[in-house]
Design a protein. Sequence first.
Length: 223
Amino acid sequence: MDPIQTKVDVPSKLIFLAMVFITCLIAANLVASKLFSIDGFSMTSGIVIYPLTFLILDSITECWGKPVARKIILIGLLANILFVLLLQLAIHLPAAPFWKGQEAYATVLGAMPRVVLASLCGYAISQTLDVTIFVGLKKRTQGRMLWLRSLLSTAISQLADSTVFMFVGFAGVLPVTAILTTIGTEYVLKFSYAVIGVPLIYLIVRWIRGSKKIRVEPLTDLD
């Protein structure tokens, strides 16, 4: 054993939240190919899952700091890329002669490269923006008003995510009015998620710190 090697004790709660974050991220992209409609407005199924990632990331940022949150974002990006590559590998494997599901399989799981790029760009920009705003507001409020910091950072970053995704993925394909309408429709639902999620982030932070409200120090050793 290397005598100069430093042992870093990564909290099990952080590992669990990182697992949930990445699972929600990948699941949101996996189910995004299904569209659903409410009162005539069509949206992707991923919008039901993806906003949860912002609540989880805000909880991680609150308790372990910006450096750890940014590492989670990077891990999520790499996991997403690996997931897409593995899906493409499975899609392009030669189908068994007796299996008749190849076309449906490729249709559901084989997203267009431009849409994948749009999703990755939206994720990287919006999640980074979320952490930056959250930390900035935490300094201004001196660590108070968690509800306000979570609500504002999530609301702004979700708007950035929808805008980047729609314009990168569909500019030149859909009319600008259609893109703006879709952004507006999805954002209403995403903002509702941000409001509903305020109590959830308090529950997660309380669970991380424990019933005795023990202060959780940032993992500076992981930088």
